[in-house]
Unconditional design. Sequence first.
Length: 268
Amino acid sequence: AELMNRIPVIWINIQDCDGNTEALIRSSAPTVDELILDYISLEYQETLMAAAGDQAEKCLEDAVKEFKGKYLLFVEGSIPVKMEYAFTTGRHPETGVERVKRLAKDAAAVIAVGACASFGGIPAAHPNPTGAVGVMDVVKGKPIVNIPACPANPANIVGVLLHYVMTGSLPELDSLLRPKFAFGYRIHDNCERRAHFDAGEFVEEWGDEGAKNNFCLYKMGCKGPFTFNNCSIIRYNDGTNWPIGVGRGCIGCSEPDFWDKYATERPV
Ligand code: SF4
Ligand code: F3S
């Protein structure tokens, strides 16, 4: 059913593993085909589009002209500012920085999807050979939304998109430009192991009795007390499970510099 005008979406990938696209195509409410057919008009997406090569690039350029000022630009992947020509597909010679800036110029807003596009992610980990940065370090003067995590939760991608489709505006954001509806709580505030934390019951060693009884993972390096995200409420893969649910601590994947700062087994 045609409920409203479908919002034109251009989705580009820079330095990434495509994990956020993989997560999105597992969205269940709505499914990705409902999303594409009923709510948005997906003009360009390297993984999902039928076109390839010059034909694909033509779709992109046509969409930029036709929907100037109206399309949402989704960016997946970090932007290499030191190895400018690397890790980018598309119109050569155009660097990743140039591609993001050019396509952001005529967008209504830019949505950075995943840890890499938001804050540089794993490519930005020390010693960051490619000079990886997030979208907000490159694009200025445009509304930007960050949907971090590795990968971004499809529920949060769809949440931002549908909020825009329904209201014509972006959701309320925190100081790191993350939507508050998704990143307004700490993992630790809603963790299913929280009662064990409060009772002082901790896993002390992998595979010990505490691990078998789903005790708190704080002493094994869980960064849930420092991490803002809603995976402790909505989980991943259609509610199937999430990191702490499978018995390892949170590594803070929705926070800036998470790999260097949080992805260790040491408590902070
Ligand atoms: Fe907090 Fe992590 Fe323990 Fe959960 S497992 S209660 S998030 S420290
Ligand atoms: Fe990421 Fe921690 Fe959730 S590692 S997926 S924010 S439990």
